[in-house]
Design a binder for this molecule. Structure first.
Ligand SMILES: Cc1ncc(COP(=O)(O)O)c(C=O)c1O
Length: 518
């Protein structure tokens, strides 16, 4: 019978730049021997391979540089990282080594920005493109940044948002973006996105609130297509409509010189899918330029906010098969020592597929299996792949141990599933290890967090006195960090109240925090 490696080699071009198998029939990911990592740290294990982040940032810059050159495009390109895809300090700090800018979506992003500033990782000239439907704390924090000279640009998401900056900004010049509500994909539940301002309202907002205010400038129009950048009639028609609006607005608003085309650069979810990134970016640049030329408008500077593309491919989760269960004549389950529903929530909520490969036993024959998670939820399974409705794994004897890796899991999974909180069947967050390379190219590893322990759950669940967040009569607020105490204590992820913030804002931040916990 053929072995697992035969199956992979006849299905894909294998090995790839990222994955290969050594003489012991074990998998290497970006040349990192995963069995060595497993031997050192055990499973379940979350890893981030940090060099991938810089590699992708530089790749994206190269695609834009090439396209700008090819079409003699007169605008510039600016790379922003969409922080919501992964807020971890190690991700932000790694990305910021590459001189990038940031896009935010929450008031809680701003204390992170302040902490990064304190650490010297961002400067006042770093663009902070502030997206999202903003509650008062968020507009207040943004106003404070703007007043202190940070390069923060609120991207207006609704018609009233600007009133907050009318009241609380004092800077001589305040730049804005306007997010334009795009139409959704034809098969979506709604015609028009709830995010952003409808096309028909943009001119009035500009005329009444921005043009009429000598301190305010409209710098940027923003658009984001939920389904990402893809070569579909839908994407091109939305981009075209957006660019015609840009040209119309630019003619009445000379300060408008930039567009932000959002995130959505895809990542590999199978060994099979390859993307021609250069061609996608070429087409964007060519189309934008063509529409501007047709309208006699200078081409805009282009900003992007790639989230998945920045961090997605850096992440992996590794499990051990802890049991084999044959539940009828043909349905064989490999039970893993973790859970899909809690640790890879997109696989459950969106049927998201990842690159999934065994870590060892590549020379064993293979069989069709279902992978089962530890929670009691019937949906906690994974049994198909991007390229196939079946899933195959090496056949293992009773004396053999099988490890399985899910790759390119670095974006959004902690934002959705939480990190070290309370999850289905109290499945703990796995140990988390950062893999890097030193100046000589040698692999280094660092434990970011041990496996979550029961003590952190007891605290969150109110079984410890210090679990509660209180504020007393004298308006002194007391904050307790519940959750994952073992995570890097210096981490920007741990909650902090920004230094320049008033007491009432702190109280509101805590109220928001309490609300978000409910
Ligand atoms: C406004 C905005 N920009 C950027 C992104 C990042 O998208 P992606 O992770 O697909 O690059 C998102 C994701 O939801 C978004 O809402």
């Amino acid at each position: 019978m053929k072995s697992y490696i035969d199956l992979i080699q006849q299905t894909f071009e294998f090995p790839t730049m990222e994955f290969h198998v050594n003489e012991d029939n074990e998998l290497l990911f970006n040349n990192v021997p995963l069995m060595d990592i497993i031997k050192e740290h055990g499973t379940p294990l979350k890893i981030n391979y940090l060099p991938k982040i810089g590699e992708h940032i530089e790749n994206a810059r190269m695609f834009f540089r090439n396209a700008i050159k090819r079409f003699n495009y007169k605008g510039t390109y600016t790379y922003c990282y969409c922080t919501k895809s992964s807020h971890f300090s190690f991700i932000l700090e790694e990305a910021l080594k590459h001189n990038i800018h940031l896009e935010t979506s929450s008031s809680f992003d701003i204390p992170i920005i302040r902490e990064l500033y304190r650490r010297g990782k961002v400067s006042k000239s770093t663009y902070i493109l502030a997206n999202g439907f903003k509650r008062p704390l968020y507009t207040q924090y943004l106003s404070e940044l703007i007043n202190e000279g940070f390069n923060a640009i609120p991207i207006l998401d609704n018609l009233k948002e600007i009133e907050a900056y009318e009241k609380s900004t004092t800077a001589e010049s305040v730049s804005f973006g306007i997010r334009i509500a795009t139409d959704e994909e034809p098969n979506f539940a709604f015609y028009t996105s709830r995010l952003g301002i409808r096309y028909n309202d943009v001119n009035q907002l500009y005329k009444e609130k921005i043009e009429s205010n000598p301190r305010f400038k409209l710098k940027m129009l923003h658009f984001f297509i939920n389904s990402g950048i893809k070569d579909s009639a839908y994407y091109w028609s939305e981009l075209t409509r957006f660019m015609f609006k840009y040209c119309e607005m630019q003619k009445m608003c000379p300060d408008l010189d930039s567009i932000d085309i959002g995130g959505g650069l895809p990542i590999q979810t199978s060994l099979q899918t390859g993307f021609d990134y250069q061609q996608m970016i070429d087409e964007i640049i060519e189309n934008v330029q063509w529409i501007c030329n047709k309208n006699n408008v200078p081409v805009p500077h282009i900003f992007t906010e790639f989230g998945s593309y920045t961090v997605g491919e850096s992440g992996a989760v590794i499990y051990k098969v802890i049991d084999k269960k044959l539940q009828n004549d043909k349905e064989l389950w490999y039970m893993i020592d973790g859970s899909f529903i809690t640790q890879l929530p997109d696989s459950w909520g969106m049927n998201q597929k990842y690159i999934m490969l065994p870590i060892n036993n590549w020379d064993n024959p293979y069989q069709k299996v279902n992978l089962g998670g530890l929670t009691c939820d019937s949906q906690d399974f994974y049994n198909s792949e991007m390229h196939s409705s079946d899933l195959y794994m090496p056949i293992i004897g009773d004396d053999e141990t099988q490890y399985i890796g899910f790759f390119h899991t670095g974006a959004y999974q902690e934002s959705l599933g939480g990190y070290g909180g309370i999850q289905h069947c109290l499945i703990p967050a796995p140990k988390h290890v950062l893999v890097d390379r030193d100046a000589e190219g040698r692999i280094t590893t660092k434990v970011f967090a041990d496996e979550q322990d029961s003590e952190s759950m007891l605290r969150i669940l109110g079984f410890r006195d210090e679990s509660y967040v209180r504020s007393d009569d004298s308006d002194e607020t007391q904050e307790t960090i519940s959750g994952r105490e073992k995570a890097d204590p210096d981490s920007a992820v741990s909650k902090s109240i920004s230094p320049g913030t008033s007491k009432s804002a702190q109280a509101e931040e805590l109220a928001e925090l309490a609300e978000s916990k409910n």
